[in-house]
Every structure is written in structure tokens, then in C-alpha cells.
Design a protein around this ligand. Structure first.
Ligand code: M6R
Length: 367
């Protein structure tokens, strides 16, 4: 059932060209220039009149939510807040019937997310679900929603569900933006054509980086700390990269917006600190270059995720992982793939139980 792979996690990482494609199937109609999503369309007035969108989730799904915030604010210009379900539910949040709440959950069973939704529903918000498991509790309590259709995810570390969540959030942002006029037709058309090509780009990344990342992982088996840095859309991708590493390899890792480094974490940097930096060409590249210079000056070990043909960051990096160029909004989908592989191989070389890390469960049904 692992399809010849040693672990479910690796199988699921390699399924991503297909799972992202499945998430778009029947929704993204490039030739006709439309995004079809009944859940959104049937309630378009709720979205159109929304004061704001509140995204609620935990863990990896919360990271997807953060990227959703960038997407929806950029393309649909609707204010978005992203909340940890566990914080939201206990802080007497201000919710009105003009709010749209989007819950993101792979399992659809996460107790805190479920409780936060019940609260939002009681206060009259319209609640929308992005779940992977069909007919799960969250899918059932929501007013409408879109399944991610990533297929069963068995590995406790979420991989393909994450990229599927990003795909759905991208579709929602583009659909709302097109509808409310914030995303012009020409831009919409070129963005959806690019989105359609993302599964192929994931496939390319998998084949071009698999062996390389495996070799990089060997050099970090005894590391005790890691920093992950990114800016813009890739700041949440850095958080997600760090979470993957810590949950399966038990190496302490932190994700940070690259510019926040100088507000504290830079004090940690010396020749023993590995730093993964996500630095694609589109997305504050020049700013990232100066962040990398600061790390270099302190002798940090730099693992850079850059676009093919990159020179500036690559010259300073100790390890270079190349990914194809995309619009900034798609880069977390593509950049996450080698980071999943990096976490996976470091954990495997440390002899960890990758599919079932200690102390963790696939669905967190208790708070
Ligand atoms: O099923 P959910 O998406 O609601 O789960 C949320 C988190 O428990 C989950 O993403 C967790 O952080 C994963 N182990 C991350 O890989």
C-alpha cells in the first residue's frame, strides 16, 4: 500500500503532482477561462459582502491559512485574519454575521477547529470548510466548502494535503478577485494558465532535487537546531518547513520572516547554525540577498532554495536547491516540496519513525 516507497510520507510527497492536479480537476477550466466552485458561487453574496474573512486552523493547515491571507488580500482585496483555532475559541473574539469564516483541516476532526467553528456559527458567521476527509465532522458542520481531493494522507506529517490546501486557497482568491473586479481578466487568464502548469513544475522539482536533497540531508544528521527564513508568501513556507523538520526528526527548528532575524534570532547564528532560506527571484529578492549577506558574515551554514540560474544568493550559499520560476503566489507550493524531502531524509537518517512520530496523532480530536 506504500506503492514501493519506504514510508507513506515519501509516497505522499511524490503524489503531489497528481494530488494538486486532482484538487484543480473540474474546477480550473483554463480554456474557458473560468474557475468553477459551487461552494463559493452558491454563496457569492456572502463573500462579496463580507467585512472580512477569518481563517481558522491548526498546525500545517494554519500555515496554509497564512498563505491564504496573502492570496486573498492580494487578489480579492478582502481583509483576512488568520487565527489558531485554540486561541480564537477562548478569547471571546468579535464575530458578526458579516464575517466569513474559513476553516482549514486535513482530517476535518481537529477538536479546536471544530469548537472554534461552532462558536463562529453561533454568532451568525457564514462558515466555509476546506477539508480533505470527505464527510468529516468539520465538513458536516460548515455551511459550504471545497474538498481538497488530495486522497488519503496517512503520514502524520502533512505534505500533499498542504499543497492541496494552497491550491484551493489560490482558486478561491482568484475566483473572488475576478468576480469583484480586483483581478483583471488578462491577469486572471495568465495566472490560471500558470496554476495549471504547477503540477508539472512539482514533478520537475521532485526529479531534479530528490537525490541532491538526500545528499544534503546526510550533512545535517547531527544538527541540533535549524532556522528557516523566507519573506512574503514564503514566510509561511518557512514556518511549514521548520514544522516538518521538528515533528519528524526531533531537531529543534524555527521559521521566521527573514527580516525579523535582526530582531533577535541573528544572535543564534554561528558556524553551527544551519539556515534554510527560501529565495526565489520573484518576491523581495534583493531584500533576501542582504539577509543572506548578514548570515554569511556570521558564518551560518546556508541552504538556499533559489530559482534555476540564480547567481547572487547561490554564490553565498553552502548548498543550493534549484526550483523553477513561478509567480510569487505559487512559489510556496513549489518551494515546499524540497523542504518536505529535506525533513524526510534527515529524519530517516536519524532513524526516526517518520510516519508516526512520537507523541503525535494524525487527527487531534482532543484539545
Ligand atoms: O487535520 P488538520 O489539518 O486539522 O490538522 C491540523 C494539525 O494537527 C496538523 O496539520 C499537524 O500540525 C500536522 N502533524 C503537521 O504536519
Amino acid at each position: 500500500e506504500k506503492g514501493g516507497y519506504e514510508h507513506f510520507m515519501l509516497k505522499e510527497i511524490f503524489e503531489q503532482p497528481k494530488s494538486v492536479h486532482d484538487t484543480m480537476r473540474g474546477r480550473l477550466l483554463v480554456d474557458e477561462g473560468i474557475i468553477k466552485m459551487a461552494g463559493i458561487w452558491d454563496h457569492i453574496e456572502r463573500f462579496k459582502n463580507a467585512n472580512r474573512i477569518i481563517i481558522i486552523a491548526c498546525g500545517t493547515s494554519w500555515h496554509a491559512g497564512l498563505i491564504g491571507e496573502y492570496l486573498i488580500e492580494e487578489y480579492a482585496r478582502i481583509p483576512v485574519e488568520v487565527e489558531y483555532a485554540s486561541e480564537f475559541r477562548y478569547r471571546n473574539p468579535i464575530i458578526t454575521d458579516k464575517d466569513v469564516v474559513i476553516a482549514i483541516s486535513q482530517s476535518g476532526e481537529t477538536a479546536d477547529t471544530m469548537a472554534a467553528l461552532k462558536l463562529a456559527k453561533e454568532k451568525g458567521a457564514f462558515i466555509y470548510g476546506i477539508c480533505n476527509v470527505v464527510d468529516s465532522s468539520i465538513a458536516r458542520i460548515t455551511d459550504a466548502g471545497s474538498y481538497t481531493h488530495a486522497g488519503p494522507e496517512i503520514g502524520v506529517a502533512s505534505t500533499k494535503a498542504f499543497t492541496a490546501q494552497l491550491t484551493i486557497l489560490t482558486l478561491i482568491a482568484f475566483k473572488l478577485g475576478k468576480h469583484n473586479g480586483n483581478l483583471g481578466n488578462a491577469d486572471f487568464m495568465s495566472l490560471i494558465a500558470e496554476l495549471d502548469a504547477i503540477p508539472k513544475k512539482i514533478e520537475d522539482v521532485l526529479s531534479s532535487t530528490h537525490e541532491l536533497v538526500q545528499n544534503i540531508a546526510k550533512d545535517f544528521v547531527t544538527a541540533t537546531n535549524f532556522l528557516y527564513l523566507g519573506r512574503g508568501y514564503n514566510y509561511p513556507a518557512a514556518l511549514e518547513g521548520a514544522l516538518k523538520l521538528k515533528e519528524i526528526s526531533y531537531i529543534h527548528a524555527e521559521g521566521y520572516p527573514a527580516a525579523e532575524m535582526k530582531h533577535g534570532p541573528i544572535a543564534l547564528i554561528d558556524e553551527n547554525m544551519p539556515i534554510v532560506i527560501i529565495a526565489p527571484k520573484k518576491g523581495h529578492y534583493d531584500k533576501i540577498v542582504s539577509n543572506v549577506q548578514e548570515i554569511k558574515a556570521r558564518k551560518g551554514k546556508i541552504i538556499a532554495v533559489v530559482n534555476k540560474g540564480d547567481t547572487q544568493v547561490s554564490e553565498m550559499a553552502d548548498y543550493v536547491i534549484e526550483i523553477p520560476e513561478t509567480s510569487e503566489c505559487f512559489s510556496p507550493i513549489v518551494a515546499s516540496v524540497p523542504l518536505q524531502l529535506l525533513a524526510y531524509y534527515i529524519a530517516v537518517y536519524r532513524g526516526a519513525n517518520v510516519d508516526q512520530p512520537r507523541n503525535l496523532a494524525k487527527s487531534v480530536t482532543v484539545e
